[in-house]
Design a protein around this ligand. Structure first.
Ligand code: ADP
Length: 564
């Protein structure tokens, strides 16, 4: 039967309460939501994207059916389409819950729930025909179907909306990851806003029609805007939390929209030139689109690979650090154990050499002297190793006090001047011409480093080849100690590695067989902990070296707090 009071054909809907453009404004939302879901689905065909795709399809179908109802004047068509509304609405609500569940738990729901949802949906379908009770010729629409439309459907919708809300909130409270917490909250907000606006608008419309306040169900269209919120939330989740890896999706959606728009030109162009132009544009869009998607895909894959590699790297770094710690611990324990017997050996050799156990023959004395030297080397090595492990584990203590560097330099000079003479080398100390201010440092540690540098300078200068000069001066805000020698020098390529652990020059063994390559490493750590800097300079092999230590006149607050 054709509605008698409506002209035919009816493209715009008759309603006194809402502007007709409103009816059509939902089509873009529905289409966009379907497109987004489709691309999400293409990107990863997991359960979540399947649910989203089904949900948007159901929603689009709902909109189409609704438009059919509003634009048609044939009662048979209207009554037929009307019967599907209940099923579609319940399906949308169930799918929303399903979506939320899978989004949160990242797995499918259990069988019991599916069974329950299946039963509810089946009952709805069985009574679907009851959705429209009779046809109203005056306003060209179906009358609501009694208990089914009024209690059953609204009850079920409310039930699912509450389920979504409560389930989501419980999961939100229990979740520990802050980012995911936000995602859950946003999703409940989006879904419930969509469902409730959808639901309340329809309920309100039917209530007002019944009360005679408005003449038709036009109000329900406002509720459909909830889908826009839902899509907005999804879009936000996608962009902000990369929930669906959108960069590629964005490119694909862009290309698809461009292709659809260009293709739709065919419907409007009237002459062949324009048709050819449109075809060329379409072909170009395809080609560029293809390359765009491909390049985005490659860049995304690279990014993923990089991410993976950096995670792996971080893991191996962690392992290495643990290994390094274990090694340091081992060295520390071993060195402590070694130190005691070595000290005992040293003591007894000294006693033997002094003749406390009887006079030695000169051969015996010779051998014992060799043992003493070797033992001394071991003692030094153990001491160096202990220093390294103390420094690396942060157990090396520093005690800052006001110190005259001049005093330290003088002491070091006094200690080495005889040895220099024995090796036919000069050792001079160039003092500053005025009394320098005192500095806050750990004098023992600084003395150790200066003395180590002078020791090295003498060691690495062949006998009779010049000598060593120790100089103290003030340079700006620092006091500088320079130890320069006329020895074997340092090749350019070795300079950058000089202060590294166990680093020794290539040709130094002939002058100093017992070296460990730890002295400079420990020395640098000590000077840095004293707020200073240490570095080496050399003009090259055989051209001598300069080791420079600079200590600040004013210590940083941080170091003062730590050691002061
Ligand atoms: P060691 O002297 O036990 O080898 P160091 O850490 O004190 O260890 O020195 C590391 C390396 O730096 C030495 O092996 C040597 O190659 C180089 N070096 C240190 N001081 C001098 C110097 N005065 N002249 C030339 N080379 C030096």
């Amino acid at each position: 039967m054709i509605c008698p009071y409506y002209p035919e054909p009816q493209y715009l809907i008759y309603s006194t309460d809402v502007p007709s453009l409103l009816y059509y404004s939902h089509i873009p939302t529905a289409v966009i939501s379907l497109l987004v879901s489709f691309f999400v689905f293409l990107k990863n065909k997991n359960l979540l994207s399947k649910i989203l795709l089904t949900l948007s399809s159901a929603f689009l179908l709902w909109i189409i059916f609704d438009l059919v109802v509003w634009t048609n004047i044939n009662s048979d068509v209207i009554m037929f389409v009307y019967s599907f509304f209940g099923m579609l609405t319940v399906a949308i609500f169930i799918l929303c819950l399903y979506f939320l569940y899978v989004f949160i738990n990242k797995k499918d729901v259990g069988f019991k729930f599916k069974l329950l949802w299946g039963i509810i949906f089946s009952i709805t379908s069985i009574f679907a025909y009851k959705n429209a009770e009779s046809f109203n010729l005056i306003n060209c629409g179906a009358n609501d179907g009694g208990w089914y439309s009024i209690y059953y459907l609204y009850g079920i919708e409310l039930f699912f909306a509450a389920w979504i809300f409560i389930y989501g909130i419980v999961k939100y409270i229990r979740e520990k990851d802050i980012d995911f917490k936000k995602q859950i909250l946003l999703l409940i907000f989006g879904i419930d806003l969509f469902l409730l606006s959808f639901y309340t608008a329809i309920a309100l419309a039917s209530y007002l029609v019944e009360k005679g306040v408005v003449s038709d169900f036009g109000l329900e269209f406002y509720g459909l805007f909830g889908m826009t919120f839902f899509m907005g939330v999804l879009a936000y989740l996608i962009v902000k939390f990369k929930a669906f890896d959108i960069k590629l999706l964005g490119a694909q959606a862009l290309v698809a929209t461009q292709v659809i728009l260009t293709a739709s030109q065919f419907a409007f162009v009237r002459n062949n030139t324009n048709r050819i132009l449109t075809a060329v544009t379409l072909a170009l869009t395809f080609v560029f689109g293809y390359f765009l998607i491909k390049s985005v895909k490659i860049s995304e894959e690279r990014k993923e690979e990089l991410q993976l590699m950096s995670t792996k790297l971080a893991e191996s770094n962690d392992k290495l650090r643990k290994l390094d710690n274990t090694k340091s611990e081992f060295i520390s324990i071993a060195s402590h154990q070694l130190r005691t017997p070595l000290t005992a050996i040293k003591g007894f050799i000294s006693l033997l050499l002094e003749g406390s156990y009887g006079q030695m023959t000169s051969d015996q004395e010779d051998v014992l002297n060799k043992v003493y030297t070797s033992n001394e080397r071991l003692v030094n090595l153990v001491e160096d190793l202990l220093n390294v492990s103390r420094m690396e584990s942060g157990r090396m203590e520093f005690k800052f006090e006001k110190t005259q560097l001049d005093g330290i330099c003088q002491e070091v000079y006094d200690t080495f001047v005889l040895r220099a003479k024995e090796h036919k080398l000069y050792l001079e100390y160039i003092r500053p011409d005025k009394v320098l201010p005192e500095v806050m440092i750990d004098p023992k540690k600084v003395r150790e480093v200066v003395s180590n540098m002078v020791d090295n300078a003498l060691k690495y200068t062949p006998d009779g080849h010049g000598g060593v000069r120790l100089k103290l001066e003030q340079i700006g805000e620092n006091l500088r100690v320079t130890i320069s020698d006329t020895g074997i020098g340092i090749p350019k390529e070795e300079l950058p590695y000089l202060f590294a652990k166990f680093s020794r020059g290539k040709d130094v063994s002939r002058l100093n067989t017992g070296g460990t390559g730890l002295g400079l490493y420990v020395g640098r750590g000590m000077i840095e902990n004293n707020g200073g800097k240490i570095w080496a300079e050399s003009d090259g092999a055989d051209l001598g070296s300069r080791f420079i230590i600079e200590l600040p006149l004013v210590q940083s607050e941080e170091l003062m707090k730590k050691w002061g």
